[in-house]
Design a protein around this ligand. Structure first.
Ligand code: G1P
Ligand code: ZN
Length: 542
């Protein structure tokens, strides 16, 4: 039986860069999730006759949310839902299922790398038929709908047993409960040289994959341990838990410190990697050799042809503006187009759909390609493994050769978290006000060549995005970028991105913080970070 439920609209259901993210308890209020799901359906012209992929990263409330969404979709005439077993799907796997089954889109439950649990974060986002995040016009339509809608319909029905793979019906809607891993693993097998990787593991290659108690555990176990023959136990924290076992599933040296300690220690395996809550981010580490995400993008682009799926070569490379120019040097050497986009994965979608680029990445531990329309953590790990297997070298050797050939873009990001918003805004305003006067002046003995606020014109649809981050560029192309985070939940987070190019052959193996010391000092001088914010040191360094 279909029931119509009325409710009072909720304030603040405005989707951010990656859907609607709130404290879990906010989502658990009566009708809160339903109101937003109704807004999604409104923004896409209703659910009737449509097919959706539904799943999430397994965090607290994932299981309840999937049942709620299924009942609403069924009541509103959706014809079919494809759901991951147990309600689980990684973000890249959901993107793949949307494309593979040519569905009308998908609803993903996740708050990415934010902690999970009843007192932590929950989120929901809608991906379009191309598998990518809903563009701004659609998320704005969702937000508009949240302000006006006062009722939704849902089916009165018991919960489905989502643990049993198979096809069931819910009202008139067909629900296909699928193995969350199988299709994704086949896609990976079609892209990478599994026999070469299997041979390398058989020859004693060792690896650690830290799934951080989040969604990639089952994917990594199946692909690395079962299909590629990595030793059992290679995957740690491999069972997705509603609170991620209390871990902060953000794969960077700060939060994946267990992995970092092991990789820098005496008994380090050959290769280490970690992924985030919903499986779209990655960190890779060699024995004693941390790979910065910007370098990872460059190395992957330079070597992608070693993987069967990319043997025909790349169409182009794209990176977000704050990501280092290491990938640009590869693009230049290979005669490929290189795109510099604003921060956020959505800007890559148009380039990928138009066939203008194949590989893209961000300094924030996100790398991906045209195989899906999200960044993809395990994909990056497997491409690294493919390259390591074919080249037969260590991560450290590959990095050293890369820098010797292209030079090294020393890089670091300094985050100053939970600053009072008014202070952060005042600092940025003061910095913007003096940009025009900076070129030609000196700071810390370095000459400033250019200073601007990054603006982007999308080469595919011509849309313009202004104010995407302040750039200070020095005579030797060293660079400082300042921007305020668009995903933070408490006050403002100031991100300062620091880069210095060292052409080599000398000075290619310094500690990045030492190599960047004058740039860091200049960053503080120019923006007057301490006087404005009271902070003299960053909270997180990556
Ligand atoms: C952060 C990252 C950005 C990424 C986004 C979503 O956004 O910096 O690269 O696309 O998360 O994963 P920010 O908080 O900087 O706005
Ligand atoms: Zn994520």
């Amino acid at each position: 039986m279909i029931r119509t439920q009325s409710f009072t609209p909720f304030d603040g259901q405005k989707p951010g860069t990656s859907g609607l993210r709130k404290k879990t308890r906010v989502f658990m209020q009566p009708h809160y999730l339903e109101a937003f799901v109704q807004a999604i359906f409104a923004a896409i012209g209703g659910a009737a006759g449509k097919t959706f992929v539904i799943g999430g990263d397994g965090r607290f409330y994932n299981d309840r949310a999937v049942q709620i969404i299924l009942r609403m979709a069924a009541a509103q005439g959706a014809s079919r839902a494809i759901v991951g077993q147990g309600g689980l799907l990684s973000t890249p796997a959901a993107s793949h299922l949307i494309r593979l089954n040519k569905t009308d889109g998908g609803i993903i439950l996740s708050a990415s790398h934010n902690p999970g649990g009843v007192e932590e974060d929950f989120g929901i986002k809608f991906n379009m038929a191309n598998g990518g995040p809903a563009p701004e016009a659609v998320t704005e339509a969702m937000y508009a709908a949240t302000k006006t809608q006062t009722e939704y319909t849902t089916l009165e029905a018991a919960d489905l047993d989502l643990n049993r793979i198979g096809t069931v019906s819910l009202g008139d809607m067909v629900v296909q409960i699928v193995d969350p891993v199988a299709d994704y693993a086949s896609l990976m097998e079609s892209l990478f040289d599994f026999p070469a990787m299997r041979a390398r593991f058989a020859a004693g290659f060792t690896m650690r994959f830290d799934a951080m108690c989040a969604i990639t555990g089952p994917y990594a176990r199946d692909i690395l341990e079962n299909r590629l023959g990595a030793a059992k136990g290679t995957v740690t924290h491999g069972t997705p838990l509603p609170d991620f076992g209390g871990m902060h599933p953000d794969p960077n040296p700060t939060w994946a410190h267990e992995l970092m300690d092991e990789m820098m220690g005496p008994a380090a395996p050959d290769f280490g990697a970690a992924s985030d809550g919903d499986g779209d981010r990655n960190m890779v580490v060699g024995r004693g050799a941390y790979v910065s995400p910007s370098d990872s993008l460059a190395v992957l682009a330079a070597n992608a042809h070693l993987a069967p799926g990319y043997a025909a070569g790349l169409k182009g490379i794209a990176r977000s503006m704050p990501t280092s120019a290491a990938a640009d040097r590869v693009a230049q050497a290979m005669g490929l187009a290189c795109f510099e986009t604003p921060t956020g994965w959505k800007f890559f979608g148009n380039l990928l759909d138009a066939g203008r680029c194949t590989i893209c990445g961000e300094e924030s531990f996100g790398t991906g390609s045209d195989h899906v329309r999200e960044k993809d953590g395990l994909w990056a790990v497997l491409l690294w493994l493919n390259i390591l297997a074919v080249r037969g070298q260590s991560v450290a050797e590959i990095l050293a050769e890369h820098w010797a050939k292209y030079g090294r873009n020393y890089y670091s990001r300094h985050d100053f978290e939970a600053i009072e918003s008014a202070k952060a805004d005042a600092m940025m305003a003061a910095l913007r006000a003096k940009l025009a006067s900076l070129p030609g002046t000196q700071v810390q003995g370095m000459q400033i060549k250019a200073a601007d606020d990054f603006a982007y014109t999308d080469p595919v649809d011509g849309s313009v995005s202004q104010n995407q981050g302040v750039r200070i560029i020095f005579a030797d192309d060293s660079r400082i970028v300042y921007r305020l985070s668009g995903t933070g939940t408490q006050g403002a987070t100031l991100r300062v991105y620091l880069e210095r190019y060292q052409p080599g052959p000398e000075g290619l193996h310094l500690d990045p913080q030492e190599a960047l010391a004058p740039i860091i000092a200049a960053a503080h001088d120019l923006a007057q970070i301490t006087p404005h914010t009271g902070r003299s040191a960053p909270d997180v360094i990556t």
